[in-house]
Design a protein around this ligand. Structure first.
Ligand code: WT7
Length: 687
């Protein structure tokens, strides 16, 4: 049993922790109540005293058994990072060994230079010569309740066949393939088939709109799209193929579309361009040797939001990504051969790439994969699946945990969850109350929680407890993994003192770091490597407590985390101003109990348009159409004018305060026109 060694209620202290003493920064921190901001300095207001040590029983069987062992490993990696990573890389299959572990020309890294490998080979072929060939690789459940199991051997066969099928349709090493599918095993097959032949996959989340799909296809110049007729979600069959059809009207690079039949929805097949998955598979040979890939050959592009309107194509390469993702998966989730590992993330996000597909399969893990909504047909669905499949490890997001809390404990407690031994979270800071609920109600006080901090850009987990070693505190990802040089620093790069708020950075390259933004080195350099000299800038604010634990406070740029999904407010703004009625738009976030953050759009209208309820609704729909429903503003407010500085910059901080507290207390001295703010405030009172 894990024990609480120290217990005291969560205090949200109003006496701010010491403000960063350095010069004012242009950044502002805006998060879910853990931070406050004034005069540009980052302050942390969350104080959490409870500590939960791993039980002796858990530690005894864990890969890393004690804090002393962690400290040794961490110090070893600090002393000679290249040696540390090379020793881990030895555990994988390389067709040819690397010449050099790291080539670092800031900000461009190459790992395992000269090495040749194939990540699909490591995820599948390697297991076929062991007893794992008949082990379940994927246990899958469709939303309607249908189930399938694919062993490693069966998955290998499917992947080999699809790899041959896409080769036959002209896809070669280095070509980009867009994948737009629901969560069926075929999505994993498509990803691995690309990796097998060296095609660069770009998975597009199934919730994105036709416009967003087209933008991503165009940016990557994708030659092929792999999609499905549809997907089941909340009891409905959503049509995916029609979205692709609409997207392809605005693209010119795609030559072939492969369509997996899932829902049997009516679809329109374009002669010569569109092919049924099952027809191609029937003809394909199951013998497809894995392509020898250079360690630095691109593996995938995954688009994510930044602080400008255009999504960034984060580029990951082969060898380094494989090494860190598989190793971190094994360490953080303490993976054993008899585990049933359930990751609820969609493969459309990085969590699905790294910790549903690549990490687990490379480690020969049995993965539970689920197609639909975790609350369909009711709030018991997730817990019912855990009970039936005897899941041992659950990896999910704080937003899901908060919605389960709201739904009521009975949905959880009526199921036998005794198979669970480890819980994980990812995507946003978890509030201590949600952490305690997860720990007590789901984990019955016996499962450690790994709160994993990382990003699309980092490829793999950077900060996380090691469950058999690290004493846990609710709300923190605790310490960096060995080999990962995370720190909290001032704007000039000097380290912050304990409990002093600052910027979360990485001081040394790590194997699974992004290599660039696809087609845009300048943006890569500017976004990640120019904010803080010589270091990778994460975009997050954080503090390190006296035990060296890292408390992530949230984004310091114009990026917002809504239900664990990253959204650029600028992206939503540009969608809004594309609407014929809109003159100007400013999108900000306010804390939300379930979603972490909610989006509030302040909109000024063009002459002749009236701000009424119908227009509000059509603006929300418009954003859904331009980007996807995940980006729909929760609230639209019409304004006569937006508060701006004398130089014309919209003062989003004021709008944020207004959206959150209904009033503005902060400094308004740079405001150009006070009446704009006053009008907004009055309107708030009227509503
Ligand atoms: C941003 C990255 C990593 C996969 C999912 C999101 C926030 C992520 C945590 C955590 C506090 C977290 C950060 C980060 N974030 N995990 N455990 N604690 N914040 O990937 O879309 O690239 O977003 O999510 O703000 O920068 P992403």
């Amino acid at each position: 049993m894990a024990t609480a060694v120290k217990k005291s209620p969560v205090k949200k202290s109003n006496s701010h922790a010491k403000a960063a003493s350095h010069a004012k920064t242009k950044h502002e921190v805006k998060t879910n109540g853990q931070t406050s901001q004034s005069n540009g300095a980052i302050r942390s207001v969350l104080k959490e005293k409870r500590v939960f040590k791993p039980s002796a029983a858990f530690s005894k069987n864990a890969h890393i058994k004690s804090m002393a062992e962690y400290e040794r490993l961490y110090a070893y990696a600090e002393k000679n990072p290249e040696k540390y990573w090379a020793e881990i890389a030895e555990n994988f299959h390389w067709f040819k060994k690397w010449r050099k572990v790291l080539e670092w020309k800031l900000p461009y890294a190459k790992w395992f230079v000269g090495g040749q490998t194939n990540i699909c080979y490591n995820a599948l072929d390697r297991h076929l010569t062991t007893w794992r060939k008949n082990k379940a690789a994927i246990i899958w459940e469709g939303e309607p309740g249908d189930q399938r199991v694919l062993t490693y051997l069966q998955l290998h066969r499917e992947v080999s066949k699809l790899a041959n099928a896409i080769k036959k349709r002209g896809i070669k090493k280095g070509d980009r393939v867009a994948i737009y599918m629901g969560m069926t095993p075929e999505l994993v097959v498509a990803v691995l088939a690309c990796a097998r032949i060296g095609a660069v996959h770009s998975v597009i989340f199934g919730g994105f709109s036709a416009q967003a799909v087209a933008d991503r296809i165009n940016d990557a110049h994708a030659k092929m799209v792999i999609t499905a007729d549809g997907v089941f979600r909340r009891g409905n069959a959503l049509n995916l193929k029609s979205v692709v059809d609409e997207a392809l009207v605005n693209t010119s690079s795609v030559e072939n579309v492969i369509v997996y039949q899932r829902t049997k929805a009516q679809v329109h097949m374009v002669e010569g361009r569109d092919h049924w998955w099952h027809e191609l598979m029937d003809l394909a040979s199951d013998d497809c040797p894995a392509e020898k890939m250079d360690s630095e050959d691109p593996l995938f592009i995954l688009y994510t939001s930044g602080s400008t309107g255009k999504p960034k194509g984060i580029l990951h390469t082969t060898g380094g990504y494989m090494v860190h993702v598989a190793n971190s998966h094994k360490m953080v989730f303490d993976i054993k051969d008899d585990d049933v590992y359930f990751c609820t993330a969609d493969v459309g996000w990085i969590t699905g790439h790294s910790y549903l597909v690549y990490g687990p399969l490379i480690n020969g893990t049995t993965v539970l994969m689920y197609e639909g909504a975790v609350n369909y047909p009711n709030w018991g669905r997730l817990w019912d699946m855990i009970e039936r499949h005897r899941v041992t490890i659950l990896y999910t997001a704080p937003t899901a945990i908060r919605s389960f809390i709201r739904a009521g404990d009975e949905w959880v407690t009526k199921h036998n969850l005794s198979s669970l031994r480890l819980l994980g979270t990812v995507g946003e800071p978890i509030n201590p109350e949600a952490w305690m609920w997860y720990y007590n109600v789901v984990g019955k006080k016996k499962c450690p929680i790994v709160d994993t901090w990382w990003q699309t850009e980092t490829g793999g987990i950077m900060v996380s407890p090691l469950p058999g070693a690290t004493p846990l505190k609710p709300g923190t990802g605790t310490r960096p993994l060995p080999g990962i040089a995370v720190d909290v620093v001032h704007k000039d790069g000097t380290p912050c003192k304990a409990d002093e708020g600052g910027f979360l950075v990485v001081k040394r390259p790590w194997p699974s770091m992004l290599r660039t933004i696809y087609g845009d080195n300048a943006r890569y350099e500017k976004t990640y490597w120019s904010e803080i000299p010589g270091m990778y800038f994460t975009g997050d604010g954080a503090r390190r407590d006296k035990d060296g634990y890292i408390w992530v406070m949230g984004r310091v740029d114009d990026v917002v985390n809504v239900s664990g999904h990253r959204l650029g407010t600028a992206e939503v703004e540009s969608a809004l101003v594309a609407h014929s009625a809109v003159a100007e738009a400013a999108v900000v976030s306010r804390p939300d109990e379930i979603k972490g953050n909610a989006l509030v759009a302040f909109v000024t209208l063009k002459d002749g348009f009236e701000g009424n309820q119908t227009l509000k609704e059509s603006l929300r729909e418009h954003v859904a159409k331009e980007i996807g429903s995940i980006a729909k503003p929760d609230e639209v407010r019409f304004a006569a004018a937006l508060p701006k500085t004398r130089s014309g910059k919209i003062m989003r901080r004021l709008l944020r305060e207004l959206a959150t507290n209904g009033e503005v207390k902060g400094d308004v001295t740079t405001l150009e026109d006070f009446s704009a703010l006053e009008k907004l405030r009055q309107q708030e009172e009227e509503e």
